[in-house]
Design a protein around this ligand. Structure first.
Ligand code: PMP
Length: 480
């Protein structure tokens, strides 16, 4: 990646909330053809069309707390049980086909079962999944990351984004000798003790949480007041703004945060678990030309298999180096994970980073996301429903409800750097999601993660399902 790449439009623009200047959506604005939405309740229809998922969920409830294996999949009356995926689509155990906007929680920039990734994984599986040894693929994997993300001079692989964050915080504290971490309100960094969401999550002992200070997002003077305390090791943030960019940071905030942390000798950690290799091939930092001290990766970095990575400057990564007994005792951080840099994830990660290293996949996904958002916003206006679909790069967020801004208001707020929170009626979003499932579209809560392989047919089906969902909630009196 070169500076020319950045300036020649090889990247999606900074802080973009999608504009309304879309192509003419004649089809969308035309009166709806076909059947009227059913009077039956959305939930009743959903139950009736998902008997196998309902049955599996009953079994799961006797096995897993909450019946699920990831909090985000808890979705009464039943989560859908997936069976297989291909490209932008997936199928559930009831034989229903969906346009998938979970995309492996963001790991699948190239969609499900991409042939090159399968080939890489198959090739490695035949050679062994764990050789109990260093291996060549870990070198290729690290080289790909260092090449795409210039702030990373050394890297270590982990099994998840949560682990990468945990190591990033430990490195920052070890190098600076300071105890406190500053995070931004609402920013998500996985479930490790330091930064798990919640005011006082049960089970976290001692003063762990007292060592983490929270600054309101977009408030540089509040941030500076915390940094000025003199006991802060690092500022960690989602460089997209909270929750995969749902609550954007104001223009210039990241640059200011970089300056403020540098001036105070505080490490800046970009959590690029979601944005890494998606916002651009070099993540948010590649887009803005910024260099954090430490970066955390997950999802795309391991090509759709489990994995994460933590990387940074030589200084930031130094505690992982080996040295004499005195160094080992006083400075060394242990990192002995059984599955660190496991060959299977390495194979998928190398293949993925090679495929997406020129930025084309990211641009394609972002363009498709723009089309999806434009059409959904037109539908909200057509049916006079308060709300908007906004996003950055290839991740969109649906915001509806009495206090939700219109698309124009949301755009203006973002441009002014205001309104990092966009009020949304979560129950309504969840009902809309369930209704869209009935027309073969699976949205991740209110979030839509778009891949480089979603195509025009997917976009059209998404607009159709969204319009049907809006009509269904109207028919049921859930919306004005
Ligand atoms: N950081 C961010 C910004 C995330 O969105 C996530 C997970 N979605 C994590 C960290 C944790 O990653 P993982 O789920 O791989 O532990």
């Amino acid at each position: 990646m070169t500076d020319e790449d950045i300036s020649s439009g090889h990247q999606v623009p900074e802080d973009t909330c999608y504009r309304l200047s879309m192509p003419v959506w004649a089809a969308i604005m035309a009166p709806m053809k076909g059947k009227e939405p059913s009077q039956q309740s959305i939930e009743a229809e959903f139950r009736a069309s998902h008997p196998n998922s309902m049955r599996l969920y009953e079994q799961a409830k006797a096995l897993f707390p909450g019946g699920v294996t990831h909090d985000g999949r808890y979705s009464p009356p039943t989560p859908i049980y997936g069976k297989r995926g291909k490209g932008s689509r997936k199928w559930d155990v009831d034989g229903v086909e969906y346009v998938d906007y979970w995309m492996g929680h963001g790991a699948l920039l190239l969609g499900h079962a991409h042939p090159s990734l399968i080939q890489a994984i198959e090739g490695q599986i035949l050679k062994g999944t764990h050789l109990g040894a260093c291996h060549e693929l870990e070198i290729d994997w690290a080289q790909a990351i260092l090449q795409l993300v210039p702030s990373v001079e050394r890297v270590r692989f982990t099994s998840s984004g949560t682990e990468a964050v945990q190591m990033a915080l430990r490195l920052a504290r070890a190098v600076t000798g300071k105890p406190k971490i500053v995070k931004l309100a609402d920013h998500f960094h996985g479930w490790s003790n330091d930064v798990a969401p919640g005011e006082a999550p049960p089970g976290i002992v001692g003063g762990t949480r007292d060592e983490v200070l929270t600054a309101p997002a977009n408030d540089l003077s509040a941030l500076d007041a915390l940094l000025a305390r003199g006991d802060v090791a690092a500022l960690i943030l989602e460089p997209s703004g909270a929750h995969m960019g749902a609550h954007p940071l104001g223009p210039g905030y990241l640059r200011e945060a970089r300056d403020a942390t540098s001036q105070r000798g505080v490490f800046l950690i970009f959590d690029e678990v979601v944005t890494g290799f998606r916002w651009s091939q070099g993540g948010v930092q590649g887009l803005l030309g910024l260099k954090p001290d430490i970066t955390t990766f997950g999802k795309i970095v391991a090509g759709g298999l489990p994995g994460g990575a933590v990387g940074g400057s030589l200084q930031a990564m130094a505690p992982l180096e080996f040295g004499d007994p005195e160094w080992m005792r006083r400075h060394h951080i242990l990192h002995p994970g059984t599955f660190n840099a496991n060959p299977l994830s390495a194979a998928a990660g190398v293949a993925m980073l090679n495929l997406i290293g020129d930025g084309r996949a990211q641009r394609r996904a972002a363009e498709t996301a723009r089309e999806i958002a434009g059409g959904m916003n037109r539908l909200l206006m057509k049916h006079s429903i308060n709300g908007c679909v906004r996003g950055q790069s290839s991740i969109l967020h649906l915001c509806v409800g009495p206090d939700a801004p219109s698309p124009e208001e949301a755009e203006a707020m973002s441009e002014r750097g205001e309104g990092c929170r966009f009020p949304s009626d979560r129950a309504l979003v969840s009902t809309l999601r369930q209704a869209m499932l009935l027309d073969g579209v699976d949205v991740m809560g209110g979030t839509m993660i778009v891949s480089a392989v979603h195509d025009e047919g997917d976009v059209a089906q998404t607009h159709h399902a969204f319009e049907q969902a809006l009509l269904r909630v109207k028919v049921q009196g859930l919306i004005g």
